[in-house]
Design a protein around this ligand. Structure first.
Ligand SMILES: CC(C)(COP(=O)(O)OP(=O)(O)OC[C@H]1O[C@@H](n2cnc3c(N)ncnc32)[C@H](O)[C@@H]1OP(=O)(O)O)[C@@H](O)C(=O)NCCC(=O)NCCS
Length: 184
């Protein structure tokens, strides 16, 4: 699909498509997280391990954004399985039913990134919209650091709401848990 206003070409890929794009995906990651690559959690190897785990999940989707031949960003996620581990470490005063997964109701967004030279041009928005378009789930969720102003501002503008906090691992920082309706 081509967005006339941005000239960004978005493409959808499954897990095997992700593997074909490995070098290009990692190159974007290196640029976006250049100042964090020395931190164990953020090394390129660890990042790729996480991507491979996501890609093995049901409902996995990668959406890439290209300008001519250059990959400038991407987003990816998968459908939360029944009893998903995702909600471990959740803190918030919500109806427990909200955290129950049946394997069909929630699309979890794991990554959204755009290279620094191409920001504020609407590309993240285009990737986000392309990723959620046509999803079978009712709702989507993601985690964002409260000090990640660009991402947090964008999500709140795009219809996401904070509904709690979540620490995914004991040694991980606290994130805000956001939710957005995909369809009623
Ligand atoms: C977050 C990110 C994907 C946004 O990409 P982008 O292509 O610049 O986003 P868009 O151009 O679609 O911007 C959408 C909106 O986000 C908000 N936004 C983006 N950058 C912002 C900034 N630096 N400060 C405040 N708001 C910002 C604005 O509301 C913007 O709309 P506007 O330009 O019309 O004002 C990009 O900054 C990025 O890759 N960050 C590093 C990776 C990351 O943190 N990902 C999110 C993990 S949860």
């Amino acid at each position: 699909m081509t967005d006339a206003s941005t000239q960004l070409i978005t493409r959808r890929h499954d897990g095997s498509g992700m593997h074909v794009l490995r070098e290009a995906l990692l190159s974007v990651y290196r640029e976006v997280y250049a100042d964090k690559l020395e931190i164990p959690f953020f090394t390129v190897d660890r990042f790729w391990e996480r991507l491979e785990a996501y890609a093995s999940r049901d409902g996995f989707l990668l959406v890439t954004g290209q300008l001519k031949d250059e990959l400038v960003g991407y987003t990816l996620g998968y459908t939360l399985p029944p009893g998903a581990r995702w909600w471990h470490g959740f803190r918030g005063d919500v109806d427990p039913q909200l955290l129950e997964e049946d394997g069909k109701r929630t699309f979890a967004v794991n990554e959204l990134m755009v290279v620094p030279a191409q920001r504020r041009l609407g590309y993240a928005r285009a990737l986000h919209d392309a990723s959620l378009a046509g999803r079978p789930e009712q709702r989507a969720t993601l985690l964002v650091r409260p000090d990640n102003i660009p991402a947090r501002t964008a999500y709140l503008k795009w219809g996401w709401d904070k509904f709690g906090d979540l620490q995914p691992f004991d040694d991980a920082p606290m994130y805000e848990a956001l939710m957005r309706t995909i369809k009623k």
